[in-house]
Design a protein around this ligand. Structure first.
Ligand code: ATP
Ligand code: MG
Length: 390
């Protein structure tokens, strides 16, 4: 039996004038992701539906379904059996394709859509015929037209008929790239992968910057960041990661700026370096996982000092969230278990005992100037290690 995936216009989270462009971006994203991980697929657009069909029928279809469900911009999909436009074959296909599901369901209904008006039966006739047939095979089943366990849909289209069960939920959001590019500052923690995911959901294509301070931070900590970004990339597609070696700069801050301003200075440098890498990658904003009041460097005063160093707008989607709300998302996107692995982050290297919680911009600029080194900053940016994460 030939299986395909149906992506309906109504299942795309897209409206208004840009709809066509967004659709094109979404289809391109799906094609690229499938090509990269499963194989080649054909995309056939007709009557407000895109039929996604494997070129080689031996591909891992389950995997393809899982991939498409996670792509931002897809609200729902239907996996369907394709068959000849003959009512006997359609009935048999419904039985074979949905039999296992129907055996466990209590109620069902049949819905028919006939876009090929030359087909000799009307939609109600198709429903009656297929519904009666299924009832004769599954005596326990009852019809429920309002809230059935399974809705069996029969679609009669130009070249084929399709039979499918309930729609599968997609990730929602906007297609990656439809909103431009942004650069996430990614640590190995819980918050920044969630922040990255939230902004990618709004259609932003991600570049990522991670600061590592070997030997204070380990190779394992860097690998953890790769693993986290892979989870986000399942939704967002490719992420270009730049790993910046931050050791000398951190040591310089430790030796030259007041101890209670250490974290703020470090975070200002992160913002400046990330801004430069972001500009080089056509990004129009930075993203961080900060949330007001979570730690000393995230008080409103501290955030003002970090913002002052950023050369781009800073998106902080977690800003008003409680930790448990952030954790809920991290569990949903499967980053939580990786985030809690106990590897050190450069933010926890040389942390001051009593960080300033109400620094002023003036103090922050002075502390930064004392530690600033053009050459070191330039080297950190130029020698950042690029990795493409899929
Ligand atoms: P997270 O859980 O995201 O690590 P956090 O609550 O631990 O956040 P901080 O360590 O203060 O908070 O970091 C605040 C934000 O700064 C992070 O959300 C992230 O965007 C950025 N950040 C922190 N450490 C790094 C790093 N090593 N490389 C890149 N960005 C970082
Ligand atoms: Mg952190």
């Amino acid at each position: 039996m030939k299986e395909i995936i149906l992506l309906k216009d109504g299942e795309l989270a897209l409206k208004g004038l840009n709809r066509r462009t967004f659709e094109d971006i979404l289809i391109k994203n799906i094609r690229t992701r499938l090509r990269h991980s499963v194989g080649e697929f054909k995309f056939i657009r007709a009557q407000s539906t895109t039929v996604i069909e494997p070129v080689d029928e031996s591909v891992d279809f389950e995997k393809a379904v899982d991939i498409i469900q996670h792509i931002f911009g897809v609200v729902g999909i239907s996996r369907a059996a394709q068959c000849e436009k003959n009512i006997e074959i359609i009935k048999q296909t419904a039985l074979e394709y949905l039999g296992d599901d129907l055996a466990f369901a209590r109620t069902f209904k049949v819905d028919a859509k006939r876009s090929d008006k030359k087909f000799p039966m009307t939609s109600p006739e198709i429903c009656n015929e297929v519904g009666g047939f299924l009832l004769s095979k599954f005596h326990h089943l009852k019809v429920d037209v309002h809230n059935p366990d399974i809705k069996v849909t029969v679609e009669i289209r130009d070249n084929h008929a399709f039979v499918h069960g309930n729609q599968l939920k997609g990730a929602g959001g906007m297609p990656t790239g439809s909103g431009g590019n942004a650069c996430v500052l990614i640590s190995g923690g819980i918050d920044s992968p969630v922040a990255a995911w939230m902004m990618a959901k709004r259609g932003l294509k991600l570049t990522a910057v991670h600061f590592a301070s070997p030997p204070y931070t380990s190779q394992r900590a860097e690998m953890k960041v790769h693993e986290l970004l892979k989870k986000v990339a399942k939704y967002s597609g490719r992420i270009d990661l730049y790993t910046v070696h931050f050791t000398e700069l951190q040591e310089r801050i430790r030796d030259n700026s007041p101890e209670d301003m250490f974290t703020i200075t470090m975070r200002r440098l992160m913002m400046k370096i990330a801004s430069e890498i972001a500009e080089r990658n056509d990004c129009n904003a930075l993203i961080t996982g900060e949330s007001v009041g979570q730690v000393a460097s995230q008080t409103m005063w501290a955030l003002r000092c970090t913002d002052d160093a950023a050369q781009l707008p800073v998106f902080r989607p977690c800003i008003g969230m409680d930790k448990n709300e952030i954790i809920e998302i991290s569990r949903k996107i499967d980053t939580f278990d990786i985030s809690i692995e106990p590897y050190e982050d450069c933010c926890t290297v040389f942390t001051p005992k009593h960080p300033k919680t109400k620094p002023t911009v003036e103090m922050a600029r002075t502390a930064e100037a004392a530690a600033w080194d053009d050459e070191l900053v330039k080297t950190a940016i130029d020698s950042a290690v690029h990795t493409a994460i899929f």
